[in-house]
Design a protein around this ligand. Structure first.
Ligand code: NAD
Length: 451
């Protein structure tokens, strides 16, 4: 649910009052609805001279998605999105024409509009000038995202290892950033590698025929993930502890999936997940490690029970289950496995009172980077999503004032919804996203903490 303040400054008298008083006005974000247009208006594609061929290719891709694509920044349009292509820019001076063309277009960017940069990753072989421009795009994009208003976001697709702009994973990432599915993803640069995509993407039901397991699915973000994966066509196995049996049954019924009562810290949790998925549904394609707990205390007051339980649930269980999944992949029992784990911005930036939680969530970022390459051999990927402040039962218990501050300290001036995290996970689990591997994608509205 959108928080009460955000609702108030967007409705009736309180909206007028907030305007008069100059209060911060978080926008009502546009979220995905089946059948709704991909963007809210025409898409402007701009590039420097050197990147023009790539911009042409991307423009053709966008036209293929039935978008109204324009190449002239002077057009008097209410832009739905601006795509800035800087893939072949060689020197910092060469970016100015394209970047300065984007500036005026931002004044006509529609609410919940999008700015997406497409650039290349820094490599050890880059000379100083190329390195400067490639790194420069990162600083540029993160700053543009902070300048956007009215629910608009800025994100970047970063091509690695000689990947071309026509690669399906590049297209899938661009599409995700343009769409309403990335409503709460802001200020993020996502690297895309060269792995082969099997078949043509089905943009409407990308997970049709897949079997997915979601842990911690009884409520909150886990329940939203189960629903979103089911919407995208997956059959979903919902996992949670026996004590959460009612919520678990509810989610499993809603998604017409199956329920598996299981504590993820059990020694045989991975094996039981694989057996359940294969016996009941014939296969296993996606595992989402969402189950997680907080036991906050300053380190000075930390006890073993708090520290050890958080380590056991948030990271040790994922490692043990992944080891069992990797063994199954080696045996050929599963193939092309997609693992997506829940990290947290607390693990990236650190958070007072959360040494235990941040230790485990940073651990998730680390093991994800290490596991991705291990799964790539069998066509799989491992990625993580790091939510910022999301409106759930977990965050409902944060004291009122801290909660208000946490919400407003992001470029979008509000907390995210469970579905925002779920959309990012559905994207990372989709066949066309196979080029995204070992990464952690923040879903935090460009939370002002950390990188
Ligand atoms: P939540 O507390 O609402 O739900 C967590 C679910 O996990 C519950 O249903 C719980 O029963 C289940 N669970 C806990 N321990 C388990 C175990 N041992 N085995 C199986 N299931 C278990 O939490 P949420 O807010 O929905 O968070 C979901 C995930 O997102 C967590 O990993 C959390 O750390 C992460 N996250 C949340 C936020 C946020 O703002 N809410 C921010 C960053 C990260």
């Amino acid at each position: 649910m959108t928080d009460a303040y955000t609702r108030a400054v967007n409705t009736g008298l309180t909206k007028t009052l907030a305007k008069k008083l100059g209060l911060p006005r978080p926008a009502l974000l546009r979220r995905y609805k089946p059948g709704a247009p991909l963007t809210v208006g025409p898409v402007l594609v701009v590039s420097d001279d050197a990147s023009k061929a790539d911009a042409d290719t991307l423009a053709r891709t966008l036209l293929g998605w039935d978008l109204d694509v324009r190449r002239d920044a002077a057009d008097d349009a209410r832009w739905g999105a601006v795509v800035l292509v800087l893939t072949e820019t060689a020197r910092p001076e060469d970016a100015s024409g394209a970047v300065l063309a984007v500036g005026p277009a931002l004044k006509r960017l529609a609410p919940s509009g999008r700015v997406v940069t497409v650039s290349r990753a820094l490599t050890p072989a880059d000379g100083p000038e190329l390195a400067a421009v490639r790194s420069g795009v990162d600083g540029f994009l993160r700053s543009v995202a902070k300048e956007l208003r009215a629910g608009a976001t800025g994100n970047g697709v970063v091509l690695t290892d000689g990947v071309g702009v026509d690669h399906l994973s590049v297209q899938a990432t661009l599409r995700f950033f343009l769409s309403a599915k990335s409503a709460y993803v802001d200020g993020q640069m996502l690297p895309v590698g060269p792995a082969d995509v099997a078949g043509e993407p089905d943009w409407e039901r990308p997970l049709a025929g897949k079997v997915a397991v979601v842990t911690g699915a009884a409520r909150g973000i886990g329940a939203a993930i189960a629903k979103t994966l089911a919407r995208d066509g997956a059959t979903v196995v919902c996992v949670d502890v026996p004590a959460a049996g009612d919520g678990l049954a509810r989610t499993a019924n809603q998604v017409r999936g199956t329920a598996l009562q299981l504590d993820v810290t059990a020694a045989d949790a991975g094996t039981r997940i694989i057996e359940h998925a294969r016996q009941r549904h014939g296969r296993l394609d996606i595992v989402v490690h969402n189950a997680g707990i907080t036991r906050d205390k300053l380190l000075a007051n930390m006890d073993a029970a708090r520290w050890d339980s958080v380590v056991a649930v948030n990271v040790a269980s994922q490692l043990r289950i992944n080891a069992q999944l990797l063994e199954a992949a080696e045996r050929g029992d599963v193939a092309g496995l997609r693992i997506v784990s829940l990290a947290s911005t607390s693990g990236i930036a650190g958070n007072r009172g959360q040494t235990n939680y941040a230790f485990t969530k940073a651990g998730v970022v680390g093991h994800t980077a290490a596991t991705g390459p291990l799964l790539a051999a069998t066509g799989g990927t491992a990625n993580a999503v790091a939510p910022g402040f999301i409106e759930t039962d977990m965050t409902k218990h944060i004291p009122f004032a801290t909660r208000q501050v946490a919400r407003r300290l992001s470029s979008l001036l509000q907390g995210g919804e469970p579905v925002d995290v779920a959309e990012a996970i559905a994207f990372l689990a989709s066949p066309a996203a196979v080029g995204v591997n070992g990464q952690t994608l923040r879903v935090c509205g460009q939370n002002m903490v950390g990188r």
